[in-house]
Ligand binder design. Structure first.
Ligand code: CDP
Ligand code: CDP
Length: 227
């Protein structure tokens, strides 16, 4: 529904996109699209089915047929909760490796746009403002320096019971960011009309406030729909 306002939050890994998207959506009473989860789910489904990830048509077919449900914290793939498995760095790295494939991105496009319904949507990823919701009334590009991001991810992984090594994480993160930023298809870059927020030294609350403040200055926030 093109009347539903969208706030897009794009940025590199572990800049806080998912956390901020959920908090902003909670305050506004909107829904959330974690687009990275769809890439991670596609990667996991390929792994589980032994699909050759170099076969672009086969990867796209897996993505088109994904039987997935998002229920709060739970992510169900064919009825099984894979919320923890898709957060594994191995799955994240494979997601980034298949993400440049155009057939895969096309297969996920309609699925992502279908989340646009109800009072509003906060969508986080890499190309939310540039490709998927180019008409979003508010676009955020969330940055943080790589040291801050590696520390955040390290702490987050350890809290979830995964093992994590800061130096290795930083190396993998830089490689993944480089690949996401330099790929020819839907590269990670701010939309021309995006507002960049550097959250290196900002708390989660401060970042949420900055986004809500920008939203309150957006004309669409007054009407609840696109002008
Ligand atoms: O979605 P993305 O990969 O961009 O990041 P995230 O999973 O939302 O955030 C990564 C970790 O950083 C989480 O554990 C957040 O709680 C933490 N974080 C933080 O400490 N300070 C911020 N300003 C933002 C996120
Ligand atoms: O949580 P984190 O930021 O590490 O990653 P994610 O948002 O879950 O995305 C995993 C990978 O999927 C990224 O490294 C991107 O290569 C890819 N992705 C993408 O290409 N486009 C999106 N809209 C979202 C994710």
């Amino acid at each position: 529904n093109s009347q539903t306002p969208v706030i897009t939050i794009d940025g590199p890994t572990a800049s806080g996109k998912g956390t901020i998207a959920h908090r902003v959506a909670q305050v506004l009473g909107w829904s959330v699209l974690d687009s990275g989860a769809l890439y991670r789910l596609s990667a996991l489904a390929c792994l589980d089915r032994g699909v050759d990830t170099a076969d672009e048509a086969a990867v796209a077919a897996v993505a088109r047929e994904l039987d997935v449900q998002f229920k709060g914290e739970h992510v169900l793939l064919e009825g099984r909760d894979v919320a923890a498995r898709i957060r594994d760095e191995e799955v994240g790295n494979l997601a980034s490796a298949i993400a440049p494939q155009m057939p895969l991105r096309n297969a996920l496009l309609a699925r992502q746009r279908a989340f646009r319904c109800g009072p509003g949507l906060v969508a986080d990823g890499r190309d939310m403002g540039t490709v998927v919701f180019p008409d979003a009334p508010l676009k955020i590009f969330l940055e943080a320096d790589v040291a801050a991001r590696a520390e955040r991810r390290c702490k987050q992984l350890k809290e979830k019971g995964f093992s994590a090594n800061l130096a290795n994480l930083m190396k993998d993160m830089e490689a993944r960011d480089h690949r996401d930023r330099t790929r020819s298809v839907a590269p990670l870059c701010p939309a021309l009309d995006a507002n960049t927020i550097d959250s290196s030294t900002l708390s989660i609350d401060e970042t949420v406030s900055a986004v809500l403040d920008l939203w309150s200055r957006t004309p669409e926030s007054k009407t609840g729909t696109r002008a």
